[in-house]
Design a binder for this molecule. Structure first.
Ligand code: IPM
Ligand code: MG
Length: 372
Protein backbone atom coordinates (compact mmCIF):
# COMPACT_ATOMS: atom_id res chain seq x y z
CA UNK A 1 0.00 0.00 0.00
CA UNK A 2 2.75 2.45 0.97
CA UNK A 3 4.40 1.78 -2.36
CA UNK A 4 1.16 2.46 -4.25
CA UNK A 5 0.78 5.76 -2.39
CA UNK A 6 4.35 6.80 -3.21
CA UNK A 7 3.76 5.96 -6.86
CA UNK A 8 0.54 7.97 -6.89
CA UNK A 9 2.24 10.99 -5.30
CA UNK A 10 5.06 10.88 -7.86
CA UNK A 11 2.47 10.56 -10.63
CA UNK A 12 0.55 13.52 -9.21
CA UNK A 13 3.70 15.65 -9.13
CA UNK A 14 4.26 14.91 -12.82
CA UNK A 15 0.67 15.85 -13.66
CA UNK A 16 0.93 19.10 -11.76
CA UNK A 17 4.16 20.07 -13.49
CA UNK A 18 2.68 19.25 -16.92
CA UNK A 19 -0.27 21.52 -16.18
CA UNK A 20 1.89 24.37 -14.90
CA UNK A 21 3.89 24.11 -18.10
CA UNK A 22 0.69 24.09 -20.19
CA UNK A 23 -0.73 27.09 -18.40
CA UNK A 24 2.49 29.03 -18.96
CA UNK A 25 2.55 28.35 -22.69
CA UNK A 26 -1.09 28.79 -23.49
CA UNK A 27 -1.92 30.89 -26.55
CA UNK A 28 1.44 30.21 -28.20
CA UNK A 29 -0.16 28.92 -31.40
CA UNK A 30 -0.63 31.67 -33.96
CA UNK A 31 -2.21 31.53 -37.40
CA UNK A 32 0.29 31.66 -40.28
CA UNK A 33 0.23 34.88 -42.24
CA UNK A 34 -0.24 35.38 -45.95
CA UNK A 35 -1.23 31.82 -46.81
CA UNK A 36 -2.29 31.46 -50.45
CA UNK A 37 -4.40 28.35 -50.23
CA UNK A 38 -6.85 27.17 -47.62
CA UNK A 39 -6.68 23.43 -47.01
CA UNK A 40 -9.82 21.72 -45.74
CA UNK A 41 -9.01 18.27 -44.36
CA UNK A 42 -11.80 15.70 -44.33
CA UNK A 43 -11.27 13.03 -41.70
CA UNK A 44 -13.80 10.21 -41.94
CA UNK A 45 -13.23 8.65 -38.53
CA UNK A 46 -14.84 5.28 -37.85
CA UNK A 47 -18.19 3.52 -37.54
CA UNK A 48 -20.74 5.56 -39.50
CA UNK A 49 -18.13 8.38 -39.77
CA UNK A 50 -16.86 7.77 -43.31
CA UNK A 51 -20.42 7.15 -44.56
CA UNK A 52 -21.90 10.42 -43.32
CA UNK A 53 -18.75 12.50 -43.88
CA UNK A 54 -18.74 11.57 -47.56
CA UNK A 55 -22.11 13.31 -48.00
CA UNK A 56 -20.83 16.47 -46.31
CA UNK A 57 -17.74 16.39 -48.50
CA UNK A 58 -19.87 16.14 -51.67
CA UNK A 59 -21.86 19.20 -50.58
CA UNK A 60 -18.66 21.17 -49.86
CA UNK A 61 -17.13 20.19 -53.20
CA UNK A 62 -20.23 21.37 -55.00
CA UNK A 63 -20.40 24.67 -53.16
CA UNK A 64 -16.69 25.40 -53.43
CA UNK A 65 -16.23 24.22 -57.00
CA UNK A 66 -14.93 27.54 -58.33
CA UNK A 67 -12.54 28.16 -55.46
CA UNK A 68 -11.18 24.63 -55.82
CA UNK A 69 -10.67 25.05 -59.57
CA UNK A 70 -8.92 28.38 -59.00
CA UNK A 71 -6.53 26.72 -56.54
CA UNK A 72 -7.71 28.87 -53.63
CA UNK A 73 -9.13 25.96 -51.68
CA UNK A 74 -8.11 22.33 -51.51
CA UNK A 75 -10.25 19.58 -50.01
CA UNK A 76 -7.97 16.80 -48.80
CA UNK A 77 -9.13 13.39 -47.54
CA UNK A 78 -7.23 12.08 -44.54
CA UNK A 79 -7.55 8.37 -43.76
CA UNK A 80 -6.28 6.40 -40.84
CA UNK A 81 -8.09 7.91 -37.88
CA UNK A 82 -9.85 4.60 -37.23
CA UNK A 83 -10.16 2.67 -34.00
CA UNK A 84 -8.28 -0.29 -35.55
CA UNK A 85 -5.30 1.91 -36.45
CA UNK A 86 -5.37 3.75 -33.16
CA UNK A 87 -5.39 0.52 -31.15
CA UNK A 88 -2.63 -0.94 -33.35
CA UNK A 89 -0.22 1.93 -32.63
CA UNK A 90 -1.58 2.57 -29.12
CA UNK A 91 -2.20 6.26 -29.76
CA UNK A 92 -5.38 8.33 -29.73
CA UNK A 93 -4.20 9.97 -32.96
CA UNK A 94 -1.42 8.12 -34.81
CA UNK A 95 1.62 10.36 -35.46
CA UNK A 96 1.42 10.20 -39.25
CA UNK A 97 -2.27 11.10 -39.20
CA UNK A 98 -1.63 14.01 -36.83
CA UNK A 99 1.16 15.29 -39.09
CA UNK A 100 -1.23 15.25 -42.07
CA UNK A 101 -3.93 16.97 -40.05
CA UNK A 102 -1.54 19.73 -39.01
CA UNK A 103 -0.91 20.51 -42.70
CA UNK A 104 -4.55 21.57 -43.01
CA UNK A 105 -6.21 24.76 -41.82
CA UNK A 106 -9.70 23.59 -41.10
CA UNK A 107 -11.04 20.10 -40.64
CA UNK A 108 -14.32 18.35 -41.14
CA UNK A 109 -14.20 15.34 -38.89
CA UNK A 110 -16.45 12.32 -38.65
CA UNK A 111 -17.07 10.69 -35.26
CA UNK A 112 -14.40 8.46 -33.77
CA UNK A 113 -14.96 5.63 -31.30
CA UNK A 114 -13.80 6.24 -27.74
CA UNK A 115 -13.18 3.10 -25.70
CA UNK A 116 -14.52 3.52 -22.12
CA UNK A 117 -12.07 2.71 -19.36
CA UNK A 118 -8.51 1.67 -20.14
CA UNK A 119 -5.99 4.38 -20.89
CA UNK A 120 -6.67 5.03 -24.59
CA UNK A 121 -7.61 8.68 -24.82
CA UNK A 122 -10.46 9.83 -27.03
CA UNK A 123 -9.27 10.98 -30.47
CA UNK A 124 -11.49 14.03 -30.10
CA UNK A 125 -9.91 15.05 -26.86
CA UNK A 126 -6.41 14.49 -28.26
CA UNK A 127 -7.14 16.56 -31.37
CA UNK A 128 -8.69 19.37 -29.37
CA UNK A 129 -5.52 19.48 -27.28
CA UNK A 130 -2.99 19.03 -30.13
CA UNK A 131 -4.65 21.71 -32.25
CA UNK A 132 -5.47 23.86 -29.20
CA UNK A 133 -9.15 24.08 -30.13
CA UNK A 134 -10.24 25.79 -26.96
CA UNK A 135 -13.74 26.90 -27.93
CA UNK A 136 -16.46 24.37 -28.59
CA UNK A 137 -19.32 26.33 -30.08
CA UNK A 138 -22.68 24.61 -30.35
CA UNK A 139 -25.74 26.43 -31.63
CA UNK A 140 -29.24 25.11 -30.98
CA UNK A 141 -32.28 26.66 -32.58
CA UNK A 142 -35.99 25.89 -32.32
CA UNK A 143 -37.63 29.11 -33.50
CA UNK A 144 -41.21 28.06 -32.67
CA UNK A 145 -40.20 27.62 -29.02
CA UNK A 146 -38.15 30.79 -28.82
CA UNK A 147 -34.92 28.80 -28.59
CA UNK A 148 -31.90 30.50 -30.12
CA UNK A 149 -28.98 29.37 -28.02
CA UNK A 150 -25.23 29.29 -28.52
CA UNK A 151 -23.11 27.29 -26.11
CA UNK A 152 -19.45 28.16 -25.55
CA UNK A 153 -18.04 25.06 -23.98
CA UNK A 154 -14.43 25.25 -22.79
CA UNK A 155 -12.80 22.52 -24.81
CA UNK A 156 -9.26 21.79 -23.67
CA UNK A 157 -9.29 21.62 -19.89
CA UNK A 158 -11.61 20.99 -16.96
CA UNK A 159 -12.37 17.32 -16.46
CA UNK A 160 -10.92 16.37 -19.84
CA UNK A 161 -7.25 17.41 -19.58
CA UNK A 162 -6.24 14.63 -17.23
CA UNK A 163 -9.26 12.43 -17.83
CA UNK A 164 -7.08 9.49 -18.90
CA UNK A 165 -4.41 10.15 -16.27
CA UNK A 166 -6.12 9.51 -12.97
CA UNK A 167 -4.65 7.83 -9.93
CA UNK A 168 -5.48 4.45 -8.49
CA UNK A 169 -4.69 2.79 -5.20
CA UNK A 170 -5.57 -0.74 -6.29
CA UNK A 171 -8.33 -2.42 -4.32
CA UNK A 172 -9.14 0.82 -2.52
CA UNK A 173 -9.81 3.98 -4.51
CA UNK A 174 -9.46 5.96 -7.72
CA UNK A 175 -9.05 9.71 -8.30
CA UNK A 176 -9.45 11.86 -11.40
CA UNK A 177 -8.55 15.51 -11.70
CA UNK A 178 -10.14 18.67 -12.99
CA UNK A 179 -7.88 21.49 -14.15
CA UNK A 180 -8.89 25.10 -14.72
CA UNK A 181 -6.39 27.76 -15.74
CA UNK A 182 -6.84 31.51 -15.69
CA UNK A 183 -5.69 31.91 -19.30
CA UNK A 184 -7.85 29.00 -20.45
CA UNK A 185 -10.94 30.45 -18.81
CA UNK A 186 -10.27 33.96 -19.99
CA UNK A 187 -10.06 32.95 -23.63
CA UNK A 188 -13.34 30.98 -23.65
CA UNK A 189 -15.11 33.79 -21.78
CA UNK A 190 -13.71 36.31 -24.25
CA UNK A 191 -14.94 34.19 -27.17
CA UNK A 192 -18.45 33.99 -25.68
CA UNK A 193 -18.76 37.71 -24.95
CA UNK A 194 -17.25 38.73 -28.30
CA UNK A 195 -19.78 36.48 -30.03
CA UNK A 196 -22.57 38.03 -27.98
CA UNK A 197 -21.47 41.56 -28.84
CA UNK A 198 -20.99 40.88 -32.57
CA UNK A 199 -24.33 39.14 -32.85
CA UNK A 200 -26.43 41.62 -30.89
CA UNK A 201 -27.05 39.23 -28.00
CA UNK A 202 -27.96 40.84 -24.73
CA UNK A 203 -27.56 37.99 -22.27
CA UNK A 204 -24.78 35.62 -21.27
CA UNK A 205 -25.23 32.82 -18.75
CA UNK A 206 -22.19 31.60 -16.81
CA UNK A 207 -22.88 28.01 -15.79
CA UNK A 208 -20.84 26.17 -13.15
CA UNK A 209 -21.17 24.18 -9.97
CA UNK A 210 -19.01 26.55 -7.97
CA UNK A 211 -20.87 25.77 -4.76
CA UNK A 212 -19.27 22.32 -4.86
CA UNK A 213 -16.22 22.53 -7.15
CA UNK A 214 -14.97 25.51 -5.27
CA UNK A 215 -11.46 25.94 -6.66
CA UNK A 216 -11.93 25.14 -10.33
CA UNK A 217 -15.49 26.33 -10.95
CA UNK A 218 -15.04 29.11 -8.43
CA UNK A 219 -12.20 30.51 -10.49
CA UNK A 220 -14.01 29.87 -13.77
CA UNK A 221 -16.89 31.98 -12.55
CA UNK A 222 -14.63 34.73 -11.21
CA UNK A 223 -12.64 35.05 -14.46
CA UNK A 224 -15.83 35.06 -16.55
CA UNK A 225 -17.14 37.92 -14.41
CA UNK A 226 -13.94 39.86 -14.93
CA UNK A 227 -14.31 39.46 -18.68
CA UNK A 228 -18.01 40.37 -18.44
CA UNK A 229 -17.03 43.75 -16.99
CA UNK A 230 -15.67 44.71 -20.43
CA UNK A 231 -19.13 44.18 -21.92
CA UNK A 232 -21.42 46.43 -19.89
CA UNK A 233 -24.16 46.32 -22.53
CA UNK A 234 -24.56 42.58 -21.94
CA UNK A 235 -26.44 41.24 -18.95
CA UNK A 236 -24.67 38.39 -17.18
CA UNK A 237 -26.37 35.86 -14.93
CA UNK A 238 -24.85 32.92 -13.12
CA UNK A 239 -26.50 29.56 -12.75
CA UNK A 240 -25.55 26.19 -11.38
CA UNK A 241 -25.49 23.42 -13.95
CA UNK A 242 -28.22 21.37 -12.27
CA UNK A 243 -30.83 24.11 -12.32
CA UNK A 244 -29.75 25.17 -15.81
CA UNK A 245 -30.47 21.63 -16.99
CA UNK A 246 -33.99 22.11 -15.64
CA UNK A 247 -34.31 25.61 -17.08
CA UNK A 248 -33.71 24.35 -20.60
CA UNK A 249 -36.95 22.40 -20.24
CA UNK A 250 -38.97 25.37 -18.97
CA UNK A 251 -40.92 27.05 -21.77
CA UNK A 252 -40.97 30.47 -20.05
CA UNK A 253 -37.23 30.45 -19.55
CA UNK A 254 -36.18 29.41 -23.04
CA UNK A 255 -36.45 32.75 -24.86
CA UNK A 256 -34.51 34.49 -22.09
CA UNK A 257 -31.41 32.37 -22.60
CA UNK A 258 -29.02 33.27 -25.42
CA UNK A 259 -25.33 32.61 -24.89
CA UNK A 260 -23.84 30.16 -22.41
CA UNK A 261 -20.26 29.86 -21.22
CA UNK A 262 -19.31 26.79 -19.25
CA UNK A 263 -16.58 24.32 -18.30
CA UNK A 264 -15.89 21.31 -20.47
CA UNK A 265 -17.90 18.46 -18.94
CA UNK A 266 -21.02 20.50 -18.14
CA UNK A 267 -20.88 21.78 -21.70
CA UNK A 268 -20.62 18.25 -23.01
CA UNK A 269 -23.69 17.10 -21.13
CA UNK A 270 -25.97 20.09 -21.53
CA UNK A 271 -25.35 20.44 -25.27
CA UNK A 272 -26.69 16.93 -25.80
CA UNK A 273 -29.77 17.90 -23.81
CA UNK A 274 -30.17 21.09 -25.84
CA UNK A 275 -29.64 19.27 -29.14
CA UNK A 276 -32.38 16.83 -28.17
CA UNK A 277 -34.84 19.75 -27.97
CA UNK A 278 -33.96 20.55 -31.55
CA UNK A 279 -34.68 17.03 -32.78
CA UNK A 280 -31.81 14.94 -31.48
CA UNK A 281 -28.03 14.90 -31.40
CA UNK A 282 -28.14 13.86 -35.07
CA UNK A 283 -29.34 17.34 -35.98
CA UNK A 284 -26.67 19.49 -34.37
CA UNK A 285 -23.24 20.54 -35.58
CA UNK A 286 -20.29 21.52 -33.48
CA UNK A 287 -17.34 23.88 -34.06
CA UNK A 288 -14.04 23.45 -32.27
CA UNK A 289 -12.00 26.57 -32.81
CA UNK A 290 -8.62 27.87 -31.74
CA UNK A 291 -6.28 30.59 -32.92
CA UNK A 292 -4.59 28.46 -35.57
CA UNK A 293 -6.94 25.60 -36.45
CA UNK A 294 -10.64 24.86 -36.48
CA UNK A 295 -12.41 21.52 -36.58
CA UNK A 296 -16.07 20.92 -37.37
CA UNK A 297 -17.89 17.76 -36.44
CA UNK A 298 -21.19 16.08 -35.65
CA UNK A 299 -22.00 16.07 -31.96
CA UNK A 300 -22.98 12.40 -31.95
CA UNK A 301 -20.74 9.33 -31.83
CA UNK A 302 -19.71 6.69 -34.36
CA UNK A 303 -22.79 4.48 -33.73
CA UNK A 304 -20.96 1.11 -33.65
CA UNK A 305 -24.29 -0.65 -32.92
CA UNK A 306 -25.70 0.65 -36.16
CA UNK A 307 -22.70 -0.71 -38.07
CA UNK A 308 -22.94 -4.05 -36.23
CA UNK A 309 -26.57 -4.37 -37.36
CA UNK A 310 -25.54 -3.68 -40.94
CA UNK A 311 -27.49 -0.42 -40.92
CA UNK A 312 -24.58 1.95 -41.65
CA UNK A 313 -26.04 3.08 -44.97
CA UNK A 314 -29.04 4.45 -43.08
CA UNK A 315 -26.98 6.73 -40.84
CA UNK A 316 -28.20 10.32 -40.80
CA UNK A 317 -25.62 12.77 -42.19
CA UNK A 318 -27.57 15.85 -41.11
CA UNK A 319 -25.36 16.69 -38.16
CA UNK A 320 -22.09 16.47 -40.08
CA UNK A 321 -23.54 18.52 -42.96
CA UNK A 322 -24.62 21.12 -40.38
CA UNK A 323 -21.02 21.08 -39.22
CA UNK A 324 -20.05 21.86 -42.81
CA UNK A 325 -22.38 24.89 -42.62
CA UNK A 326 -20.41 26.10 -39.62
CA UNK A 327 -17.17 25.46 -41.49
CA UNK A 328 -18.35 27.68 -44.35
CA UNK A 329 -19.29 30.42 -41.89
CA UNK A 330 -15.89 30.11 -40.27
CA UNK A 331 -13.97 30.50 -43.54
CA UNK A 332 -15.91 33.66 -44.34
CA UNK A 333 -18.56 32.33 -46.70
CA UNK A 334 -21.85 33.15 -44.98
CA UNK A 335 -23.84 33.07 -48.23
CA UNK A 336 -22.76 29.56 -49.13
CA UNK A 337 -23.35 28.53 -45.49
CA UNK A 338 -26.90 29.85 -45.72
CA UNK A 339 -27.50 28.02 -49.01
CA UNK A 340 -26.29 24.76 -47.50
CA UNK A 341 -28.42 25.23 -44.37
CA UNK A 342 -31.50 25.75 -46.54
CA UNK A 343 -30.61 22.71 -48.64
CA UNK A 344 -30.38 20.57 -45.49
CA UNK A 345 -33.82 21.77 -44.37
CA UNK A 346 -35.21 20.90 -47.79
CA UNK A 347 -33.58 17.45 -47.74
CA UNK A 348 -34.81 16.77 -44.21
CA UNK A 349 -38.35 17.56 -45.34
CA UNK A 350 -38.27 15.64 -48.64
CA UNK A 351 -35.99 12.74 -47.81
CA UNK A 352 -36.53 11.23 -44.35
CA UNK A 353 -33.93 8.52 -43.80
CA UNK A 354 -34.84 4.98 -42.78
CA UNK A 355 -35.60 1.51 -44.06
CA UNK A 356 -39.35 2.14 -43.92
CA UNK A 357 -39.00 5.53 -45.51
CA UNK A 358 -36.82 3.97 -48.19
CA UNK A 359 -34.06 6.60 -48.10
CA UNK A 360 -30.39 6.07 -47.29
CA UNK A 361 -27.63 8.40 -46.18
CA UNK A 362 -26.52 8.75 -49.81
CA UNK A 363 -30.10 9.59 -50.87
CA UNK A 364 -30.08 12.38 -48.33
CA UNK A 365 -26.78 13.60 -49.79
CA UNK A 366 -28.36 13.55 -53.28
CA UNK A 367 -31.33 15.54 -51.97
CA UNK A 368 -28.98 18.15 -50.50
CA UNK A 369 -27.09 18.48 -53.79
CA UNK A 370 -30.37 18.78 -55.68
CA UNK A 371 -31.57 21.51 -53.34
CA UNK A 372 -28.31 23.42 -53.81
C1 IPM B 1 -18.67 15.50 -27.74
C2 IPM B 1 -18.43 14.06 -27.46
C3 IPM B 1 -16.99 13.87 -27.01
C4 IPM B 1 -16.81 14.63 -25.72
C5 IPM B 1 -16.57 12.42 -26.87
C6 IPM B 1 -16.77 11.65 -28.13
C7 IPM B 1 -15.14 12.31 -26.41
O1 IPM B 1 -19.34 13.59 -26.52
O2 IPM B 1 -18.00 16.06 -28.63
O3 IPM B 1 -19.54 16.09 -27.10
O4 IPM B 1 -17.04 14.09 -24.64
O5 IPM B 1 -16.43 15.79 -25.80
MG1 MG C 1 -20.82 14.98 -25.96
Amino acid sequence: MQEAIERAVAHYRELLMSQVERAQHMNDQAAPEGKQKLVIGVVGGDGIGPIITLQAQRALEALLKEEIQAGKIEIRSIDGLTIENRLAVGKAVPDDVLAEIKQCDVLLKGPTTTPSGGTMESANVALRRELDLFANVRPVSVPEEGIDWTFFRENTEGEYTLGSKGIEIPGLLTMDFKVTTIAGTRRIARAAYEFARKNGKTHVAIVTKSNIMKKTDGMFSEICRQVAADYPEIQTDEYFIDIMSANLLKPAMRPQLQVFVLPNLYGDIITDEAAQLQGGVGTAGSANTGDRYAMFEAIHGSAPRMIARGMGDYANPESIIRAAVMLLQHIGMPDKAERLAKAIDAAAASCPIGVEQGNTCADFGDAVLKAL
